[in-house]
Each structure stands twice: as C-alpha cells, then as structure tokens.
Design a protein around this ligand. Structure first.
Ligand SMILES: *Cc1c(COP(=O)(O)O)cnc(C)c1O
Length: 342
C-alpha cells in the first residue's frame, strides 16, 4: 500500500524526488546492462552534446493503482516505439523496446510506495529520456548517451472538476516547420516557451498552433492533440505528419469507435470549420482530456456550444470510458494494460 505519508489530494503536476531511478549508458556502440540508483543528479561534461546542440528526447506515461489494488501502466510499448522514432530523427541510438519496458517496471516497483492509492485522483508520472553525454563542439551527433527513467507522483489534474479553457490561435510555429513536429523532444518545447508565456500574459490558457505552410489547418497545442465532436456526434481529429502522435488520442479514437459506436475521422481540420463543432478537447497523458470552451482567432471569438462550465457530454463519456479502462473498472482491449509485479 502507499505509505509515504503524502497528502495525495494536495499534489500538483510538479517534481517530487522518489527513491530510485533507472540509468543505462551507451558507449562504444552498445548499451550497458543498466541499473537502479538513488542518485538523482546527472553529472556531465560542460561540452556534452545535449547541452550544446540539444540532443535529447523524452517520453511521458503513468502508473496507476487499479480498483483491485494492482499497479499498472498504460500501453508502454507505444511510448517505447515513439521514443525510437524520436531518437532516429535526432541521430541518437535506440533504446530497445523490451529494455524500455523493463526499465519502467523496475522504476515503478522500486518506488511502489509512491504510487498513489486508487480513487485519490493522483497517479505516478514516469519520465523516460535519452541524451548525448560526451563533449561535442563541431556539429555532429554525440557518441555517448544516457537513458534514464524517473518517477514522480502527480496530483489530480482537475481539482474540483474540469473547467474548460480558452485557446488563442497562435502566430508562432510550435516546431521547426516540416522538421521535428512529430517527435517528442525538448527542442519543440523550447520553441513553445515564448508563445505560451505570451498567451498567458494575454489571458489565454493555451495556444492552438496551425500548419506552418498554409496557416489554415489546425495542428495541436504545445503538448496535447485535439479532438473535436461534430454536432451529429462524430469524433474528428487532425491528420498531420507534423504533430506528435499522441497515445491518448489513438486510444480515444479506438474507444469512440469500439466502445461507444461513434464514427471517427482523422482528416485535415480547417480553422474555418471550428465554428461548426459542438465540443473540443485537448488530449494527452497528463489530463487524458481537457475540455476547451472557447477559441479566439485574432479577436474573433469562437464559443463551443458545450460552453465554459464543464466537459461537453460526449468528451465526458470518452473521458469516463478511457479512465475506466486505465483504472481497471472497464475491460481493456488486449495488450493495453501492463501490470507491474511488485
Ligand atoms: C506528449 C505530447 C502529446 C500527448 O501525447 P500522449 O502520448 O497522449 O501523452 C501531444 N503533443 C505533444 C507535442 C506532446 O509532446
């Protein structure tokens, strides 16, 4: 049982140091066997590839305690595969899928007391990441890398109910145009820092990024994909190869089709048609779905019919179904729930 004397309801989405983390080093063309360590600090050379040329990629997933007391992770194989794609794009070595899953299992098991209890709304967030460690001054990929996984308990994303947020259509690009938009890497987040602070300063919660080529199509926000619900109850989500392929989005599309009998369309979504949707949500591991109430396009307000009070009815049903699967209240599709033996 969880016995760390943490007030789970008071946690927010911030870093708390847990007992053990996983480390493996890549040197002379091979990964070492990996180990758990209590040392939360990384000591690297001042000229390390990650510090000079931002050679680093990451993943994010959660461990949950289910209704019947098991500890599980959700589709960790997809995070392993996505990290492989991210690593390839930045010319980094691949950390094999079976070892990625083993590292996640070891970290969760070693910090099991930090997995929040079922029903608390809190969860354990896991952060696998990979970065270049040896000195690199001429522009080229590093030769040595480190892969790490740490765990941190995080609080309920919606404290006191989900309040829909307001987005602004953003004039900045989220990632280098046609470059790295599809990979999960700090460099894309660095690109988004100015835009998010600027949005907050102007009273918006998040940015809606558009495709950089035509600026007519919806891409995603800084860290979450979009789903839209049409007035006749269809799920629509943007098709683009410059957005990050969200595990949550793929899962919601499946749930919509197979559990709720909805029509699902992955297609280009134009800025012009936003006014026709009934509901809008942001999807990602952290919140599963955050409802969007309003989108502001250069002073022109688009109010979603689902409003600024709470979830729209269909996004709520999708949210309840997917979290029900994750928490073990509903039967999961084959391979979605990965139990951790403690
Ligand atoms: C992580 C991330 C998402 C959400 O992906 P999930 O796998 O659902 O957590 C969406 N967009 C970006 C840019 C991301 O980094």
């Amino acid at each position: 049982m969880s016995n760390k004397n943490i007030d789970w309801s008071k946690l927010d989405f911030s870093y708390i140091k847990t007992d053990k983390r996983y480390v493996s080093d890549f040197k002379n063309g091979a990964w070492d066997e990996g180990r758990l360590t209590e040392d939360a600090n990384v000591v690297i050379n001042e000229c390390a590839g990650v510090l000079q040329y931002a050679q680093t990629v990451f993943e994010g997933l959660k461990a949950y305690r289910t209704q019947d007391g098991r500890i599980v992770t959700f589709r960790p194989d997809l995070n392993a595969k996505r990290m492989e794609e991210s690593a390839k794009r930045l010319q980094m070595p691949i950390f094999p899928e079976n070892r990625f899953i083993d590292a996640v299992e070891q970290v969760v098991a070693a910090n099991a007391d930090f997995v929040p209890p079922y029903g608390s709304g809190a969860t354990m967030y896991l952060r696998p990441y990979l970065f270049g460690t040896n000195p690199v001054i001429g522009v080229k990929p590093a030769d040595e890398y480190q892969f790490r996984v740490f765990a941190t308990p995080v609080g309920p994303y919606f404290k006191g109910g989900a309040k829909p947020i307001t987005l602004r259509v953003c004039d900045f690009d989220r990632a280098a145009p046609h470059g790295t938009g599809h990979i999960k890497a700090g460099l894309n987040y660095a690109m988004s820092m100015y835009a998010i602070v600027d949005a907050h300063n102007q009273g918006y919660d998040e940015n809606m990024y558009l495709d950089s080529a035509t600026r007519t199509k919806v891409e995603e926000t800084g860290g979450a994909n979009f789903i839209f619900i049409t007035k006749d109850g269809k799920l629509v989500t943007p098709k683009s190869n410059t957005i990050l392929p969200s595990v949550t989005r793929r899962s919601l599309c499946y749930v919509a089709k197979e559990y709720l009998g909805m029509d699902v369309e992955e297609r280009e979504v134009f800025l012009e048609e936003l006014k026709d949707f009934a509901e809008c949500g942001l999807c990602g591991t952290a919140a599963v779905i955050s409802p969007v109430g309003k989108i502001v396009d250069h002073g022109k307000e688009i109010a979603l019919p689902s409003g600024m009070e709470s979830f729209g009815p269909i996004t709520k049903k999708l949210y309840d179904t997917l979290t029900g699967i994750q928490m073990g209240r509903l039967e999961a599709p084959e391979g979605w729930i990965h139990e951790i033996k403690v």
